[in-house]
Every structure is written in C-alpha cells, then in structure tokens.
Design a protein around this ligand. Structure first.
Ligand SMILES: *[C@@H]1O[C@H](CO)[C@@H](O)[C@H](O)[C@H]1NC(C)=O
Ligand SMILES: *[C@@H]1O[C@H](CO)[C@@H](O)[C@H](O)[C@H]1NC(C)=O
Length: 381
C-alpha cells in the first residue's frame, strides 16, 4: 500500500516541476512524508523543503534514527525477535516498529528508509504535536541524538491541529444526549481499520459482558480478493457480523453505528468517558484535545509504536493486548473496558487526559507554545 502511494506521488513530479517553473519566489515547499519523491525537484530549483510530519514527535524521533539502524544491522525487524533501543526513546519489541519498515525485502521498506534519510536534509520539520505532550522526544530530536552524524533541522511543534467538527449533526449525538455523563465508551478504529468477523464477535461479547454503555463504529471485514483491496468495503450487515441477539440485548445501553461517526463531536460530548482507538495520530490528538482517556488497539502503519508511547510514556492509554493468535479476546475487551471506565487504572489515565486537555488548549492560545512556534516559522519566510 505505502509503496503504491509513493509511486503515485513520484509520477506527479512533472506537474510539480511545471508549478515550480511557473510560480516565482517560492519561499517554502511544504510536503508530507509521502511526498518525499518531490524533494529532489525542489533541490533543483533551490527551494527549501519543509516537512509537515503528521504523526507525533516520538514517531519522528524513531524515524530519524532508522538510517542508523539500517547501517548497523542486517536483519529485518520482523525477524529480530528482540527489544529495540533507540537513544532516549522507549524500548519497543521489534514487531512494534513502524509497519512498512518491518521487512527489508519490500518496496515499502526502501521507500520509507529513503524518506527517513531525507528528513534531516529538509530545511525544517513541522510536527503535529505540542511541547508538553512529548517533551522527551522533542528534546531528543533538538539535542541531535536521533541523527548521530548529521545536523538535525529545527522542528516546530504547532499542534494539536484537529478538524473543527464540534457542530455537525449525526444520529449518535442525539443518542449520546440521553446517556449519563462520562458513562459511554466509544469504539472506533479510523477510516481504514477493519476486523475479521470473528474479531467483531469477540468485541461484541466483551462489550456485552463489561456491562458498560458504548458507542461502536462497525465496518465490514476486509474483502478477501487481493484485487479488491482498494474498493470501499460493503455496507456492514450487523445482524450477520455481530453475535445473534446482541443488538437487542444491548439496546438500552449501546449504539452501533455503521462505518463512520462524527468523531470530534463524539469525543467532546460529555457522555463519552473512554475511547478504544486504533492509535492513528489524528484520533490520538482528537482524544487529547477532548481530554478522553484511551485503550490502545493498534492495527497498521505506526500504530503499534504509538501504543507503546501512549501507554508507557504518556500514560494516556491502557493497553488492549492481543493473545497469541493475534486476536484480542472477549475477556481482554471486557477487562480493559472495565478498567478504562472504572476506578484504579482508569482513574489514573483520566487524570492525565484532563491535564493534557488543558495544556493542549493552552498551547494553541495567544502566547502558547504552538502559536509561538507557528509565528516563528512564518517569520522565517
Ligand atoms: C529477504 O528474503 C530472502 C528470501 O526469502 C531471505 O532469505 C532473506 O533473509 C530476507 N532478507 C531480509 C533482510 O529479511
Ligand atoms: C461548523 O462550524 C464551522 C466553523 O465555525 C463552519 O464553517 C461550518 O459550516 C459549521 N458546520 C456545520 C455543519 O454547521
């Protein structure tokens, strides 16, 4: 998947070239990770490149260290079966590495490695995070420890940038209005996250036995045929996908929504007290901005890495752990939902989430760290 995105962008280079020729006085070319193939064009025109890094500072720090790993090891991360220690970063198991980097024998790996090599060659890196969310990672990057043999470009933390979406309407908001404050656990796994039908049934069972209120966004399992993988999944048939009678038995305390919910509004609704998330960075920032504690259930991309950061470093999430077959059992779902929504561990992550919410608002307010960083960045242009 990642290799295809890089290739698509690379094939757009002639258009970028035309744009560079027709626009004079370009002060800055801002690209995201996947636009790395356009970097050499900007070099030709001597236009400074600014990366906008759409995941967090811990992930950026890990990415900056990847070329060093590449030089000093020969095995694929997927085969290492060991703990990975990067300077100043939390140790991760080798399987928790950013997913496209797991296997050296894939084009995804080489495309991502190239991006990690290019990061330090950019003028500056803009990161969607804020100073007090990831101080340790930000310090590691600015101290230069992630790129041992080259200077590290300055980074600007201008986040949390999240979609303004507090005012739309959706059936689930009316339902939330009727639920007690802080009572609902919200389960949603991003715009690409999908589960097998067996896994969906385990979630249903765990959610049912947890006895907690819930709002659950369900998408259809992935299509089996490889050539269908870019098609949108079909409308989920809840009666087939979930346990028999589940919807009926939980109708007084649960709502299942198909495919999509108005997430920012949901997370900011007072009825919502916890978020079971795939750990995509936008979802994480939306939860942080709303002060909602999380249970971390990563699926793809850099999400396994984010889980470690969220649970071990930030203390904003409880882990949702897979058993040996890669499945999260109903028992685990029940246990973590209870922990998240009740006292003890739940209390701890709730406190941290409330504090980060205040800090996120502060960072974006006049004189706040992200506002100041953005002003400085604009001043350099
Ligand atoms: C690449 O694939 C070959 C053939 O399957 C295998 O022998 C080799 O160990 C792999 N290399 C890495 C670095 O994973
Ligand atoms: C929500 O608010 C934004 C900004 O105030 C506005 O641009 C948008 O049209 C509003 N959307 C709806 C659905 O009301």
């Amino acid at each position: 998947m990642e290799a295809i995105i890089f290739e698509l962008i690379r094939r757009s280079n002639p258009n970028v070239n035309n744009a560079f020729q027709s626009i004079s006085n370009i002060a800055a070319f801002i690209i995201d990770t996947f636009c790395t193939p356009a970097m050499s064009l900007a070099d030709n025109f001597k236009i400074p490149v600014y990366y906008f890094f759409t995941s967090g500072a811990f992930c950026l720090a890990q990415s900056l260290y990847i070329p060093t790993f590449h030089r000093t090891t020969t095995q694929s991360f997927k085969d290492m079966n060991t703990l990975i220690h990067s300077p100043e970063l939390p140790p991760i198991t080798s399987l928790e590495m950013i997913a496209p980097l797991l296997d050296r024998n894939t084009t995804d790996y080489w495309a991502f490695l190239e991006t990690c090599v290019q990061f330090p060659k950019s003028a500056e890196i803009i990161v969607n995070t804020f100073d007090s969310l990831e101080p340790k990672a930000i310090k590691a990057i600015t101290d230069g420890v992630c790129v041992p043999h080259l200077p590290t470009p300055p980074i600007y933390c201008v986040g949390p940038l999240v979609a303004a979406g507090g005012n739309g309407s959706h059936e689930c908001l009316n339902w939330l209005d009727m639920q007690p404050s802080g009572s609902v656990v919200y389960l949603c796994f991003g715009s690409l996250g999908v589960f097998s039908s067996d896994q969906l049934k385990e979630i249903a069972k765990g959610q049912e036995t947890s006895e907690h209120w819930f709002l659950w966004v369900v998408r259809s399992p992935p299509l089996n045929r490889k050539e269908d993988r870019f098609l949108p999944p079909p409308e989920p048939d809840l009666d087939v996908l979930l346990l028999e009678g589940f919807l009926d038995r939980t109708k007084d305390r649960g709502l299942v929504v198909k495919k999509w919910a108005i997430q920012v509004a949901v997370l900011n609704h007072k009825a919502v007290g916890g978020f079971v998330t795939h750990c995509g960075w936008n979802s994480v920032l939306e939860a942080v901005s709303a002060g909602v504690p999380m249970a971390a259930w990563p699926l793809y991309a850099e999400q396994r890495f984010n889980k470690v950061v969220l649970t071990d470093e930030m203390k904003l999430a409880l882990p949702m752990d897979e058993s040996d077959g890669g499945m999260v059992t109903a028992m685990e779902v029940e246990k973590r939902v209870r922990q998240l929504m009740e006292g003890g561990e739940g209390q701890d992550v709730r406190k941290v989430a409330a504090a980060r919410k205040e800090e996120a608002a502060m960072a974006l307010s006049d004189g706040g760290s992200s506002r100041v960083a953005l002003s400085k960045l604009v001043a350099t242009w």
